[in-house]
Design a protein around this ligand. Structure first.
Ligand code: ATP
Ligand code: MG
Length: 574
């Protein structure tokens, strides 16, 4: 499967920063500016505040804000808050936080469709007066029944030919709250025989006696998204209304409203392919159910594809932007490998994450010839990829923790780490040799007795000896116990739900919690939002659940990059 849609390599540059980058949307925008159709361009990102943003939205954000930035225009943030039963202030706040975190800013240009309710109502009255909208008394079921199917035309409602006066009176009384929810709707009078179902007299207003997060109890009729959206764009002077492909079939309706209303500008809608990722579901409806039914720790669970979840997991915003850039902007739907996202994130972390020592499954090492009570501060390099990151002091003592996996009593041929009688290097410290294995009554290994070579301080031998393995370690006197959470895909198959109920495809092992891990003391004050590499283990970051006596770390990613490997093999084979 090809995951490359444009000629820019994955992870090439943050969205829109490379001037030579182009795609079909940027070509249209460039032409419109060149032809003088617009002096400056205005885009918008229009989330509905009924959930948290996910990585699919990140694609839309990078396109909307990125195109505006590349052409010196601006991008508005507009909440499409037309359905008060599902929208909440919590989501309005979270969406703004997430867009800022991703690295984009709308400046002064924060808008709400609800800010246009009065204007939208007036325009609805305008259409009624023009004989192009009517109040329908049919029930929702009857309307559905009259709508026809993809192969059969619909039938006109018996209320379609009401007089303009009667329509004006009824719509006014709808607004005044005289009728219960669902009793009537306002519909556009277009064409019940249109092959496009969206043109078969779509609803414009419904009665909903519900409090709105911003307009409170002021309204009990609310515009439908399809009526509000295009007019909101026109009010804001949006030149290019960029959205995902599912709205293509709605475009004729949006154009019909624009053609029939005295709107101040005429936006052009351009559709692009939605982002789909293997092992991942990008639908707020499904994500909400995962949260509400307790499958995850919340919208910001590190396994969630939400921006809040990816952030908590330790994914840097830059990695997400690079990923979206690498995916590119295309017209045809496809599915991107989750590994491509991991690859972009690893690429950033490998360059930027500082290295630290942590032991997930600790095994005690006692260095018999090292003086009791002595503490040496070893200099350890923070990031071999970035000399400017400097080094830190890590205390070394007679008793240490090493990784249980780094020792085998009877090592097979290719195991080069510690074993009885064998010498290994402790990173930036000394060479040690295992002299004795101590077991408990049950035969479990509980301790290794080792000796060290004082001539190898810093991790080099004057006589040129080169142990085959270098291990990480932590002073047992200074180690900080920690909880570490490991993550795997939330769904166990690449195409969740393909065979039926997607909730049966949830991966029961998507989270593994380890207690009693040991981390180096400097990790006590690692701030939230910072991701480090635990040497030899992967990338990790502190979790929100950390408390002063009980630090919690999330594994962001392992070090293994299977996607890059597959890409390389693919190139060899082709
Ligand atoms: P969902 O389908 O997840 O519920 P939505 O489309 O209903 O999302 P909106 O808040 O309406 O969510 O979306 C805001 C913008 O984000 C829209 O312009 C939409 O085109 C875009 N968008 C949503 N999901 C994706 C995706 N997977 N890939 C690209 N763009 C997306
Ligand atoms: Mg939507």
């Amino acid at each position: 499967m090809s995951t490359q849609e444009t000629n820019s390599p994955p992870g090439a540059s943050p969205a829109g920063t490379s001037p030579e980058r182009s795609d079909f949307i940027r070509e249209i925008v460039a032409a419109d500016l060149r032809d003088g159709k617009h002096q400056t361009i205005v885009t918008r990102f229009p989330p509905e505040p009924n959930g948290y943003l996910h990585i699919g939205h990140a694609k839309a954000i990078c396109i909307d804000f990125g195109v505006a930035r590349d052409f010196g225009g601006r991008c508005n943030l507009r909440f499409d808050d037309t359905n008060p039963t599902r929208e909440e202030q919590e989501y309005i706040d979270a969406i703004q936080e997430d867009i800022h975190w991703l690295g984009f800013d709308w400046g002064e240009h924060l808008y709400f469709a609800s800010g246009y309710f009065e204007q939208l109502y007036e325009w609805a009255v305008y259409l009624i007066k023009a004989g192009k909208a009517y109040v329908d008394d049919l029930s929702a079921d009857e309307i559905r029944e009259h709508r026809g199917t993809l192969t059969e035309p619909g039938r006109n409602s018996p209320w379609r030919e009401r007089s303009i006066e009667e329509n004006l009176d009824l719509f006014d009384r709808m607004r005044k709250g005289e009728f219960p929810d669902g009793a009537r709707v306002l519909r556009a009078k277009i064409d019940m025989a249109s092959p496009n179902m969206n043109m078969r007299d779509p609803a414009m207003y419904r009665i909903l006696h519900a409090e709105h997060p911003r307009t409170g109890a002021k309204w009990c009729v609310y515009p439908m998204y399809d009526y509000a959206h295009g007019q909101s764009d026109a009010i804001e002077g949006i030149t290019h209304s960029l959205c995902s492909l599912e709205f293509e079939i709605h475009r004729p309706l949006y154009d019909w409203f624009i053609d029939n209303l005295p709107v101040p500008s005429r936006p052009r809608q351009i559709e692009f392919a939605r982002l789909n990722i293997t092992y991942t579901v990008l639908s707020k409806r499904v994500l909400l159910r995962l949260v509400n039914d307790g499958y995850v720790r919340g919208w910001n669970d590190p396994r969630m594809p939400t921006l809040a979840g990816l952030r908590r997991r330790g994914f840097p915003a830059e990695g997400i932007r690079d990923f979206v850039t690498g995916v590119g902007v295309a017209k045809a739907d496809n599915v991107i490998e989750f590994g491509q996202l991991e690859h972009a994130v690893r690429d950033v972390l490998n360059r930027k994450a500082e290295r630290r020592f942590a032991v997930l499954a600790p095994l005690k090492v006692v260095i018999e010839n090292y003086p009791e009570g002595r503490v040496e501060e070893m200099d350890v390099v923070n990031n071999p990829e970035d000399p400017s990151a400097g080094s830190r002091k890590v205390p070394f003592t007679r008793e240490l923790w090493i990784e249980r996996d780094d020792f085998m009593e009877e090592p097979p041929a290719k195991f080069f780490r510690l074993a009885p009688g064998r010498e290994v290097r402790l990173r930036s410290a000394y060479f040690v040799t295992c002299r004795e294995v101590v077991k408990d009554a049950a035969g479990e290994i509980v301790e290794l007795r080792c000796t060290y070579d004082p001539a190898t301080r810093g991790g080099d031998s004057p006589d040129g000896r080169r142990p085959k393995a270098t291990l990480h370690w932590i002073s047992a006197d200074h180690a900080m116990p920690a909880e570490v959470r490991l993550y795997d895909h939330l769904f166990s198959r690449p195409d969740p739900g393909a065979d039926g109920d997607l909730f049966t495809d949830l991966n029961p092992d998507s989270e593994t919690v380890l207690q009693g891990c040991m981390v180096e003391p400097s990790l006590a004050d690692l701030p939230l939002g910072e991701t480090v590499q635990f040497e030899r283990l992967g990338y990790f970051c502190p979790d929100l659940d950390s408390t002063p006596g009980h630090p919690v770390f999330n594994r962001t990613l392992t070090l293994k990059d299977t996607w890059a490997k597959l890409q390389a093999q693919g190139k060899q084979n082709s």
